[in-house]
Design a protein around this ligand. Structure first.
Ligand SMILES: [Zn+2]
Ligand SMILES: [Zn+2]
Length: 155
């Protein structure tokens, strides 16, 4: 049993969940499109105590049986809602490292390069700052990774 919180990038939509979570990734083409990504990282909240604590997602019915929730203000994908339960976007959690995925779905659509991603050459952001001068002036508008008293923040 754990207690978790999270929300969209702008902070207009926030949630809390208490219970046993199960995380997975789905490679299916619907999930690729809905997340604009190689696969959808999803955390099932079936059987948990889940509440939207600020705002609520807007929805797109991606089929007759499934709808996808997202923040209408910032566009962050937030949910996959099927007749047998709801799953929440893993990256929307305030502490995504607290939950690890255990399953893959939609293997027939897995993109051929996905398995090689971890082996690609890479840099840390602080190394990028030297090569990309504008990053030094960047001010984040992203909601912090914890609940806040008001939204949008004062000022
Ligand atoms: Zn938002
Ligand atoms: Zn899928």
């Amino acid at each position: 049993m754990g207690r978790y919180s999270g929300g969209c990038q702008c902070g207009a939509v926030r949630f809390q969940v208490e219970g046993e979570l199960e995380a997975s990734i789905c490679h299916c083409r619907m999930c690729q499109k809905a997340f604009g990504a190689y696969y959808a990282p999803l955390v099932s909240v079936r059987g948990t105590d889940f509440t939207w604590t600020r705002g609520a997602p807007r929805h797109f019915a991606s089929s007759n049986l499934v709808r996808r929730g997202f923040c209408a203000d910032c566009g962050t994908p937030l949910t996959y809602e099927a007749p047998d339960g709801m799953a929440v976007a893993h990256g929307a959690f305030d502490d995504p490292a607290a939950i690890a995925p255990r399953l893959q779905f939609g293997l027939e659509a897995r993109l051929p390069f996905v398995d090689g991603l971890a082996a690609l050459p890479g840099t840390r952001t602080d190394e990028d700052v030297q090569a990309t001068p504008f990053l030094a002036a960047l001010v984040s508008c992203q909601h912090p990774d914890h609940d806040t008293a008001r939204w949008p923040p004062a000022g």
